[in-house]
Design a protein. Structure first.
Length: 344
C-alpha cells in the first residue's frame, strides 16, 4: 500500500519542475518526506512477509495419506506376500510377531506397516498362448480365461489388459476396467503359429512399468501356456530383471500334461514365478484350468502387505535379496525374492 501511494505521488510531483517547487514550499512537504522514507524502509519487510505467506503451510491443513495407502520412498520397501498351510489353504490370521524378514541378510531397521489386505486396486495382465501347440484345449482355456477376467475386475478400481501371443504379440485389449471388453478380447483369440513366451511376458512387464500409479496396487501377470518357447528374442536373464523391476507377481497356468521339470524351459518358468512371488499352477485339463482360476481369484484378494525400512540401504541400483519366513509350524510363505534399489 505504501509502495502504491509513494509511486502515485512521485509521478505527479516529478511531472514538471513547477510541481516540485510547489510541493517543496507547501506545508505537506515534511509529511511527504516521511512517507517516502517509510515506503523505502518498509519495502524489504513487505517483500519478506509476502514470501513467507507463499512458503508457509499450516501443518493442520496438510493432506496426509492414511496408513492403508502407504507412499513408498526410495529407502522404504513394500512387500506383498501369501501364506499357505501344508494343505495349500490360505492363512489369513498371521501376526507381525510371526514374521522373520531379512533384506540382504540383515534385519530391517524398522517395520513400518503390517496388515492383511484384500482391497488394493488390481492391475492384471492376462496373457494367452495362441500357438499351435495349445490348440487341443484352447477353446475351453479361452472360455475359462474370459470368465476369470470378467469376474475378478472391479470396474470402480481395477484395470486389466489382454495379450495373445504366438511368434508375434497381439495386444487385443489395453488397460481398461470394462469387463465385457476384456472378455471379448479373450474370446477373439485363435491358435496358430510358434511360441514366444518370454517376449510376451516381457512386453507385459513393460506395459506395467509404463503405467503410472499414484498409490499402491496389486500387480499380477497371468500366463496361460505350455511353456514351449521357440521364438523369443529376449534372453531369460533380461526377462527376470524386467519382471522384478515391474514389481508384478507372475503366475503361470501350465497347460502341458505331466511337464518334464528338468527341461530348461520349465526351469526358466519356475525361476520366473518364484523370483516374483508367483507360482506354477496345473492347467492341463478343463478341471484343472477351472481350479487354477478359482485359486487365482482367491489369491488376488487375500494377501499380506508389509512395508519396512532396510538396514544399510544404498540407492545404487543394485539387486537386494529378500528372505521372508514365518515361525508358524506348517506355514509356507510365497513372496518375491528380491528387488532393485532405486537409483538416486
Amino acid at each position: 500500500m505504501v509502495k502504491l501511494i509513494a509511486a502515485s505521488m512521485f509521478r505527479y510531483i516529478f511531472r514538471s519542475p513547477g510541481n516540485i517547487l510547489e510541493y517543496l514550499r507547501s506545508e505537506f512537504a515534511p509529511e511527504l518526506l516521511y512517507m517516502v522514507l517509510a515506503g523505502v524502509l518498509l519495502l524489504p519487510a513487505c517483500y519478506c512477509m509476502a514470501q513467507a505467506r507463499l512458503e508457509f503451510t499450516d501443518p493442520n491443513t496438510r493432506s496426509e495419506k492414511p496408513a492403508a495407502t502407504l507412499k513408498v520412498s526410495v529407502n522404504e520397501v513394500d512387500l506383498s506376500f501369501l501364506v499357505t498351510d501344508r494343505h495349500h489353504h490360505w492363512i489369513t490370521d498371521l501376526s507381525e510377531n510371526e514374521v522373520r524378514l531379512h533384506d540382504n541378510g540383515k534385519t530391517p531397521e524398522s517395520i513400518r506397516f503390517f496388515q492383511s489386505r484384500t482391497g488394493l486396486p488390481l492391475r492384471v495382465g492376462l496373457l494367452l498362448d495362441t500357438s499351435d501347440s495349445v490348440a487341443q484345449e484352447f477353446a475351453f482355456e479361452r472360455e475359462a480365461a474370459a470368465l476369470f477376467i470378467s469376474q475378478i475386475i472391479d470396474p470402480a478400481r481395477d484395470l486389466a489388459f489382454v495379450v495373445g501371443f504366438n511368434k508375434t504379440i497381439s495386444l487385443t485389449q489395453d488397460f481398461t476396467s470394462d469387463r465385457q471388453a476384456l472378455a471379448s478380447a479373450v474370446l477373439q483369440l485363435h491358435p496358430h503359429g510358434t511360441t514366444a513366451v518370454y517376449d510376451a511376458v516381457d512386453f507385459a512387464c513393460q506395459k506395467l512399468l509404463q503405467h503410472p500409479e499414484e498409490g499402491l496396487s496389486r500387480r499380477m501377470l497371468v500366463v496361460l501356456t505350455d511353456g514351449d518357447d521357440n521364438s523369443s528374442v529376449i534372453t531369460p536373464d533380461q526377462l527376470m530383471e524386467d519382471a522384478i523391476r515391474c514389481d508384478a507377481v507372475v503366475v503361470v497356468l501350465h497347460t502341458e500334461s505331466l511337464p518334464i521339470e528338468s527341461l530348461p524351459e520349465y526351469k526358466i518358468l519356475r525361476k520366473l514365478t518364484s523370483e516374483t512371488g508367483g507360482q506354477i499352477l496345473r492347467a492341463d485339463s478343463s478341471k484343472h484350468i477351472a481350479k487354477a482360476f478359482t485359486q487365482l481369484t482367491e489369491e488376488l484378494r487375500s494377501y499380506y502387505l508389509l512395508a519396512y525400512r532396510p538396514a544399510e540401504f544404498s540407492a545404487d541400483g543394485s539387486y537386494r535379496k529378500i528372505e521372508l519366513k514365518t515361525t508358524r509350524r506348517g506355514a509356507h510363505v510365497i513372496c518375491r525374492r528380491g528387488y532393485y534399489a532405486v537409483k538416486k
